[in-house]
Design a protein around this ligand. Structure first.
Ligand code: HSE
Length: 408
């Protein structure tokens, strides 16, 4: 089997390194004479590296080389990755990718192209790097009707929230530490605003519930407004704040979002610390499955990409829709706000005592987390959805809400 790698960044170089080291082992595992990387497409020359002799700058050499069985795309972004993958499949090559943006936004077209040209299109590493989440959903759980999933899908934000909770770091200090350690990008917008987790949530909704869901259909809120005060009030009350991507299906509608949530310390996801990811899946027959591990990084992500490459060979480079779903359906998304029933709220008032009494009256009972000494009023309350919550908060005269976090 001959492979062309598109993009020799962190993950791409990991794929080349694994295949260079273990190619002969892989060959046995997928009944091939050999498994080799023949080309590495990159903008750079990669001089004085083990990659140098295989570097090319022109996709045509790959498209026109009949020896290439699999194109492994790890460039990131939608273009030119999309065009290159479509052309590779048109030329009869299987495509494997770790690119979540590509799968979330263009998955439908890529699956159709794979079917039309009778080649495999595989993207296991596009959700949570090395954790075999998609593989399990499509294989071990294919006997189930998946009812819901919830997960910590972004390592950078989990690292930041863990630092805030365990070391009392401010958001800014925790982010700067994540950047120093190389977890967060120089421009961390996609991570901290929840866009990266929204792409993974869209792919998980598509995989679990069967029709394509786009990232812009996922209601998304990041962690930039979470303060040390919120994390501390919740920690003292026995909750951990996590950025959760979740989806569920009811009466044919999908309810999905990415948002910070307060999880009880007893919740299995609340113990997932630092850069680790985890996904908890509920099926009709298999009611609880949690998969956890490193959701990013060179070798963990490369491990899943290479597993998909080997699977292409096992499928004899034909179109077996290992990872697939049906086309997008308009109007399939429900209002996730209606499913939220319990909230943490923090706000302030100029007269804490009087306002606390009004808040209690508005909700008919709250669990107060603040001690009445500061201007802060923090509490946990129940309300049947966001709009009921907002009406009740409006009716508590003198209370100015600052943070609202659903308690799951
Ligand atoms: N930046 C992502 C994370 C990894 O922090 O989890 C790639 O999706």
């Amino acid at each position: 089997m001959k492979i062309a790698v598109l993009g020799c960044g962190t993950v791409g170089s990991g794929v080349v390194d694994l295949i260079d080291e273990l190619g002969s082992v892989y060959a046995k595992r997928c009944s091939q004479k050999s498994v080799e990387v023949k080309y590495i497409l990159d903008l750079r020359d990669l001089k004085d590296t083990p990659y140098e002799t295989r570097v090319i700058h022109d996709i045509e050499s790959i498209i026109n080389d009949g020896e290439i069985d699999v194109v492994a795309e790890m460039m990131g972004g939608t273009e030119p990755a999309f065009t290159f993958c479509m052309r590779a499949m048109a030329a009869g090559k299987c495509v494997v990718t770790s690119n979540k943006q590509l799968v979330a936004e263009k998955g439908e077209a890529l699956m159709a192209q794979a079917e039309k040209n009778d080649v495999a299109f595989m993207f296991g590493a596009s959700v949570c790097g090395g954790i075999p989440v998609l593989r399990n959903i499509f294989s071990c759980l294919s006997s189930n009707k998946t009812e819901s999933f919830s997960g910590i899908l972004n390592g950078t934000t989990n690292y930041i929230l863990t630092k805030m909770t365990e070391e009392k770091s401010s958001f800014e200090a925790a982010l700067s530490d994540a950047q120093k350690k190389g977890f967060a990008e120089k421009d961390p917008t996609d991570d901290i605003e929840g866009f990266d987790a929204a792409r993974k949530t869209a792919i998980l909704c598509s995989a679990c519930f069967g029709s394509h869901v786009y990232p812009d259909e996922i209601k998304t809120k990041g962690i930039t407004e979470i303060t040390l005060e919120d994390v501390t009030y919740l920690k003292n009350a026995g909750f951990a704040v996590k950025l959760i991507g979740r989806g569920s299906v009811k009466d044919g509608r999908i309810y999905a979002c990415v948002a910070p949530a307060a999880l009880s310390e007893k919740d299995i996801l609340s113990g997932v610390r630092g850069v680790l990811n985890a996904v908890f899946i509920k099926g009709n027959a298999m009611p609880e499955l949690m998969l956890s591990g490193p959701g990013a990084g060179k070798l963990p992500t490369a491990s899943d990409v290479v597993a998909d490459i080997l699977e292409c060979a096992r499928l004899k480079f034909k179109n077996e829709p290992v990872y697939s779903w049906s086309e997008h359906r308009d109007g399939i998304m429900g209002d996730v706000d209606l499913s939220e029933k319990r909230f943490y709220v923090r706000g302030f008032s100029n007269d804490t005592e009087k306002t606390t009494a009004r808040v209690r009256e508005a909700f008919g009972g709250i669990k107060l987390l603040s001690d009445g000494g500061a201007k802060d009023i923090a509490f946990i309350c129940e309300a049947d959805g966001r709009s009921v919550l907002n009406d009740r908060l409006d009716s508590a005269d003198g209370f100015v809400p600052v943070s609202v976090i659903p308690v799951l």
